[in-house]
Design a protein around this ligand. Structure first.
Ligand code: ADP
Length: 167
């Protein structure tokens, strides 16, 4: 593959981000230093029954990354590689927490590469303090009004309080 094929290094960090956690934010901050541009792409996946709408998830991501000039927030509902073609991006970033993430991530990375040989997936290992942090754990704690201040940015903490106050 030719060098110039990659040109500007645009990476896509896809995920549900329901909601964004400090673990996601850590991956975003660290990978924004490595790539020229990072597009955080919220998957509009109706089958997952999310707590936050795509608009809410996007808005929260925008708020917590507003200090990062080369990070863009977007959403997609298409197959990831088709979305990436539209964005002229060839690099995928994913976070790896524990061994449990590995098999699924390997499956996705090899599938994406089979679908488009120009796609490369980069894995960033989680900062140890966030290795056991997931959006589902955060929701579980917040649902029972437990403290999530160490797990998510303050904007997300407020949004969780609002969600669970209403229901
Ligand atoms: P998905 O539904 O695609 O797994 P998530 O929002 O749960 O979406 O996660 C998006 C990406 O962020 C995945 O690569 C996941 O492994 C990674 N990730 C999630 N939580 C953390 C964390 N605490 N530390 C590092 N990476 C994480």
């Amino acid at each position: 593959m030719s060098q110039e094929h990659f040109g500007m290094k645009i990476a896509v960090y896809p995920g549900s981000f329901d909601p964004v956690t400090n673990g996601h934010l850590d991956i975003i901050r660290r990978s924004a230093k490595v790539f020229d541009k990072l597009i955080v792409a919220v998957l509009n996946n109706t089958s997952k029954n999310p707590l936050f709408t795509v608009e809410e998830r996007t808005e929260l991501l925008q708020k917590v990354t507003s200090d990062l000039p080369n990070v863009e927030i977007d959403s997609f509902r298409d197959l990831l590689i088709n979305y990436m073609k539209d964005k002229n991006a060839h690099l995928i970033v994913r976070g790896l927490r524990a061994v449990s993430d590995f098999e699924y991530e390997l499956q996705m990375a090899s599938t994406n590469q089979k679908l488009d040989e120009n796609i490369e997936t980069f894995f960033m290992t989680s900062t140890p303090m966030y290795s056991y942090l997931s959006s589902s754990i955060v929701k579980e704690v917040a649902r029972f009004h437990g403290p999530v201040g160490d797990l998510v940015p303050v904007e997300v903490e407020k949004a969780l309080h609002r969600k669970y106050a209403r229901t």
